[in-house]
Design a protein around this ligand. Structure first.
Ligand code: CP
Length: 297
């Protein structure tokens, strides 16, 4: 089995065996968070879009593994003096950085890094395109509660058009035989996506669901006016009963009382949203081990 990967850019380039190995190691790290040392390996965090969960969980993961973590702040870096991104990367590599955790509003910087640097790269979110480590942690949580996703009904609700999480989740869930359904207002639909079945209404979509995954309305990527009243009326999870016993997930951050009512967040006993955040640490430890430690077995 391949236990080493150089980069983690998208779900499509990960084999099912590699994904399952990440799940196994995440399970191990959930019980043994300090068991492995990658001392002296150096990680640069380059976040050109904001983050709480991804950034903190990668940092905790790296520190549990005794890695050295360096945060790149573009506003006080020489990018602000006109240095180009590729030269910045060449200098970080010369300084001894082993890997870069990169979030940006497009995939351009990742592509430039892969082409011009020998460091390893992890995609921590590229615009509306991909968020592979989120999909991996979502898969871990689903497996934990469902056993397997094969044949299960996973329903994605909301701003699918602007969601990088959805694209990575659809790829991953289809690899493992889940039945993925989607429901969204027309303005948030992306009919170019393969591997999902669109539903007419939230009620139709949720009927018989094993998991309901709500998405954040990504206001920062939307120029038109958003009709929040219409969204709340037709797409909000407004009470626990409407979930019909399905597990509730959301990658976060949540627009509380828009995608999900606060009463549901507070009272629903199958709410896995904070479990997703917690799991991010262990799944990201498994990824870092596979990239910067790990041997073939
Ligand atoms: N789910 C997610 O990526 O959250 P952050 O933007 O807070 O990292």
């Amino acid at each position: 089995m391949e236990n080493k990967i150089k980069n983690l850019i998208d779900i499509a380039s990960l084999g099912a065996d590699v994904i399952e190995r990440i799940m196994e190691r995440a399970e191990f790290f959930s019980k043994n968070p300090y068991a492995v040392s990658l001392e002296h390996k150096k990680l640069a965090f380059m976040f050109f879009e904001n983050s709480t969960r991804t950034r903190f969980s990668f940092e905790i993961a790296a520190k549990n593994l005794k890695m050295d973590v360096f945060h790149f702040d573009s506003t006080v870096s020489s990018l602000s003096k006109g240095e180009c991104f590729v030269d910045t990367l060449k200098n970080l590599e010369a300084l001894g950085i082993d890997g870069v955790i990169l979030r940006n509003k497009t995939s351009d910087l990742l592509e430039a890094g892969l082409k011009n640097s020998s460091m390893s790269f992890i995609n921590a979110g590229s615009g509306s395109l991909a968020h592979p480590t989120q999909a991996l942690l979502d898969y871990y949580v689903m497996k934990k509660y469902l056993g397997s996703v094969k044949g299960k009904k996973i329903v994605i609700v909301g701003d699918i058009l602007h969601s990088r999480v959805t694209k990575s989740n659809i790829e991953l869930l289809n690899k493992f035989g889940a039945n993925v359904f989607a429901v969204a207002p027309r303005a948030f639909q992306d009919t170019t996506l393969d591997g999902i079945t669109w539903c007419e209404s939230l009620t139709d979509a949720i009927c018989g669901a094993d998991v309901v995954m709500c998405l954040r309305i990504q206001k920062e990527r939307i120029e038109e006016n958003i009709d929040f009243d219409d969204y709340v009326k037709n797409y909000q999870i407004s009470n626990c009963e409407m979930l019909g016993g399905a597990y509730l997930m959301h990658p976060g951050p949540i627009n509380i009382d828009v995608e999900i009512a606060s009463s549901v967040l507070d009272n629903y006993n199958k709410n896995l949203i904070l479990e997703q955040a917690k799991t991010g640490v262990f799944v990201r430890m498994a990824i870092l081990e596979m990239m910067f430690g790990g041997e073939k077995c």
